[in-house]
Design a protein around this ligand. Structure first.
Ligand code: AMP
Ligand code: TRP
Length: 330
C-alpha cells in the first residue's frame, strides 16, 4: 500500500519555495495516495521561538495548506504535537541511531552555526523525529524540496536498522519524491542562496500572503544580470535562471519551454510576464489565506479532526513497535 507523508514547519510565513517545492506537490498527490500532511510544530521548537508566534504560525501554515488546495475530506491535515506517536517513536529510534550519522547532517551544521555547543539537543535529534514522522505511518512516499534529501536518506537508514536489528520486515523504506522544475527555489536577491523563511531581507522571497502589489514590487526589484536575453545558465546566470525556473513551475511547463517561448524577448519583458503569472497564480492563494485567518475556529476544527484520524493510523503502529522492541504492553 502506498502512503504519503510530508511536513512543513510553522516558523515564519510560507514562501514561494515552500509552495513550488512542496505544497504544490502535496496538492497534486492528494488523490493518488492516502496522504498525511503535517504542520511540524515539534520541529519548530528546536530553535529559539516565541509561543504566541508558534500558535499563530501553526494556524497560518494550516490556512496555507487549505488555500493551496488541500482538501481535508481527501487527506489528513494536522499538527504534529497532537499525535503522541511522534515523540514516543522518536525516542525509541534515537536509541538505534549512531551519533556518526547525525554528525553528517548539513542542516544541523547550518542551523547551529558557529556556536554549536549552544544548539539544543532537539536540534541535533531533529532528523530522528523526522524519521519517526514518516515511518510511524508506514509512509512510502515523501514529497519534499531538494534540501531534505539527506534527512530522507537518514530516515531510510533508520527504518532499515530497525528491521535488521529486530529481524523483522516491519517498516517500509520511504522514498523521497523530489520532482518538478522547482525543487530548489533560490533567493531573489542572491541566486546562489536558497529562498528561505529565515533570510533577513523580505525582498529575497515571495510570501504566500504577499498582496498583488508586493509580489509585483519584489519581482521588479529581483536581482538580474546585464545580459538582455532569456537564457538558462544556472552557473553563470543564477538569478535569471532562478526566475526561469519559477516561471516554468508556476506555468506547469518546463525550463526549456519557457526559454523557447521567450527566445526573442528582452529579459525585462519576461520579468513583466513572470509578475503577471505569479500574481494570477498566487494572488488567490493569499486571499484565501486571509479569509481563513479571519476564521480560526474553522482552521482549528480541521486540525482537531486531522489529529484524530492521524492517531487512528499511528496508534496500532506504535503498539506493534513497542511489542517488537520488547516493551510489555499489558
Ligand atoms: P521548511 O520551510 O523548512 O519546513 O520546508 C518545508 C518544505 O518546503 C520542505 O519540503 C522543503 O524542502 C521545501 N522548501 C523549503 N525551501 C525551499 C526552496 N527554497 N525551494 C524548494 N523547496 C523548498
Ligand atoms: N525537516 C523538514 C523541513 O525542514 C520538515 C519535516 C519534518 C518533514 N518532518 C518531516 C518533511 C517529514 C517531510 C517528512 O523542511
Amino acid at each position: 500500500m502506498n502512503r504519503v507523508f510530508s511536513g512543513i514547519q510553522p516558523t515564519g510565513s510560507l514562501h514561494l519555495g515552500n509552495y513550488l517545492g512542496a505544497l504544490k506537490r502535496f496538492v497534486e498527490m492528494q488523490d493518488d495516495y492516502g496522504c498525511i500532511y503535517c504542520i511540524v510544530d515539534l520541529h519548530a521548537i528546536t530553535m529559539p521561538y516565541d509561543p504566541a508566534e508558534l500558535r499563530a504560525s501553526t494556524r497560518e501554515v494550516t490556512a496555507g495548506f487549505l488555500a493551496a488546495g488541500l482538501d481535508p475530506s481527501r487527506c489528513i491535515v494536522f499538527n504534529q504535537s497532537q499525535c503522541t506517536m511522534h515523540m514516543r517513536l522518536a525516542w525509541m529510534l534515537s536509541c538505534l541511531t549512531p551519533l556518526g550519522w547525525l554528525n553528517r547532517m548539513t542542516q544541523f551544521k547550518e542551523k547551529a552555526g558557529k556556536k554549536r555547543d549552544n544548539a539544543s539537543l532537539g536540534l541535533y535529534g531533529y532528523p530522528v523525529l523526522q524519521a519517526a514522522d514518516i515511518i510511524g505511518y508506514h509512509a512510502t512516499h515523501v514529497p519534499v524540496g531538494e534540501d531534505q534529501k539527506q534527512h530522507l536518506e537518514l530516515a531510510r537508514d533508520i527504518a532499515g536498522t530497525f528491521n535488521h536489528q529486530f529481524g523483522v520486515e516491519y517498516f517500509p523504506l520511504p522514498e523521497p519524491v523530489i520532482t518538478g522544475e522547482a525543487t530548489r527555489v533560490m533567493s531573489l536577491r542572491d541566486g546562489t542562496k536558497k529562498m528561505s523563511k529565515s533570510d533577513e531581507s523580505d525582498y529575497s522571497r515571495i510570501n504566500l500572503t504577499d498582496d498583488r502589489d508586493t509580489i509585483a514590487k519584489k519581482f521588479r526589484k529581483a536581482r538580474t544580470d546585464s545580459e538582455p536575453g532569456v537564457t538558462y545558465d544556472a552557473e553563470n546566470r543564477p538569478e535569471a535562471s532562478n526566475l526561469i525556473t519559477i516561471y516554468a513551475a508556476l506555468a506547469d511547463s518546463t525550463r526549456q519551454q519557457v526559454v523557447d517561448q521567450f527566445a526573442s524577448a528582452q529579459f525585462s519583458d519576461f520579468k513583466k510576464q513572470l509578475t503577471e503569472l505569479a500574481v494570477e497564480k498566487l494572488g488567490p492563494v493569499g486571499e484565501e489565506m486571509k479569509r481563513l485567518s479571519a476564521d480560526p475556529g474553522h482552521v482549528d476544527g480541521v486540525l482537531r479532526d486531522g489529529a484524530e484520524r492521524a492517531n487512528q493510523i499511528a496508534e496500532p503502529i506504535q503498539r506493534d513497535v513497542e511489542e517488537i522492541m520488547g516493551f510489555l504492553v499489558p
